[in-house]
Design a protein around this ligand. Structure first.
Ligand code: ADP
Ligand code: MG
Length: 269
């Protein structure tokens, strides 16, 4: 059974594209065939995050216009052979694609890939319907800010109205030190407001930004594994049905000293 999952949010800039790229890589790494679909027409940047922008020849729009075959538009990742990207067009208008057409494209991909992850624009945008139409499940990304959470709540309603029942929550950019002193909502606060099951907690980590700028998703590099990397990998494992404990972000930073301390600690115990 192919999993067709839209990654969406109420507010823009909360980390949808980052999650799509890293989660896709994490799923591919543990052996699934993954297709990433950029459904953020007009504001495409999934290709940039993946570092695949120079390899795009055709996009979804050309496939739909029958100017090329689907196969020709898929960009294969040389670093991770289990992953392909279906790029969005940048220079045609957002209305170039309809929800029915998106369904056609995604269903064709679903024949061959175990996961189809759709990177969506935020819930208030035009392209939102296109991105959600083919999806059977949704991951809602929010940051722990009131505005983002309130908008996420609205999107839960929209998704439910579309018949998407399997909806999970990802809380991105958590800063434990701020949560501790009550300067930031906690994951529990967010979850209580939204009342949808949690599938991931991702710390705020500047390495995420660095990796974005380099076009190398964090999950791709196996050296210097950060908590954010582990967080993405854990979401992949939970999607696969594994029970994985949530990260304890309250533990000190994952620097070499704390790792050593944890190591010693387990030995003592
Ligand atoms: P969206 O697709 O929802 O608009 P993006 O994935 O493009 O959001 O992310 C918006 C910005 O936030 C990017 O600059 C990205 O690097 C940054 N970002 C996302 N997640 C994190 C994180 N966990 N830690 C630090 N920066 C992040
Ligand atoms: Mg985006």
């Amino acid at each position: 059974m192919t999993r067709i999952i839209v990654i969406t949010s109420g507010k823009g800039g909360v980390g949808k594209t980052t999650v799509t790229a890293n989660l896709g890589m994490a799923l591919a790494k543990i052996g699934s065939q993954v297709a990433l679909v950029d459904a953020d027409f007009g504001l495409r940047n999934l290709d940039l995050l993946l570092g695949l922008e120079n390899r795009i020849v055709y996009t979804a729009v050309e496939v739909l216009a029958r100017e090329c075959r689907l196969e020709q538009a898929l960009v294969k990742d040389k670093r991770q052979p289990n992953l392909v990207l279906l790029p969005a067009s940048q220079n045609r208008t957002k209305d170039a694609v309809s929800p029915e057409q998106m369904k056609l494209l995604v269903n064709a991909l679903a024949q061959r890939y175990k996961y189809v992850l759709i990177d969506s624009p935020a819930g208030i945008e035009n392209g939102f319907k296109n991105a959600t139409a083919p999806a059977k499940e949704a991951l809602i990304v929010t940051t722990p800010e009131i505005a983002a959470v309130r908008d996420a709540d609205r999107v839960v309603g929209l998704l439910e109205a579309q018949g998407i029942k399997r909806i999970h929550l990802i809380v991105n950019r958590i800063r434990p030190a701020m949560v501790r002193v009550d300067d930031m909502m906690s994951v529990e606060d967010v979850q209580e407001l939204l009342a949808i099951p949690l599938i991931g907690i991702i710390p705020d980590d500047e390495r995420v930004i660095v990796s974005t700028n380099r076009g190398e998703p964090l999950v791709l590099s196996s050296e210097n594994s950060s908590l954010a990397t582990v967080a993405f990998e854990n979401i992949a494992r939970r999607l696969e049905g594994e029970t994985v404990e949530f990260l304890d972000l309250d533990s000190p930073n994952d620097n070499i000293f704390s790792r050593l301390r944890r190591l010693l600690w387990t030995k003592i115990l």
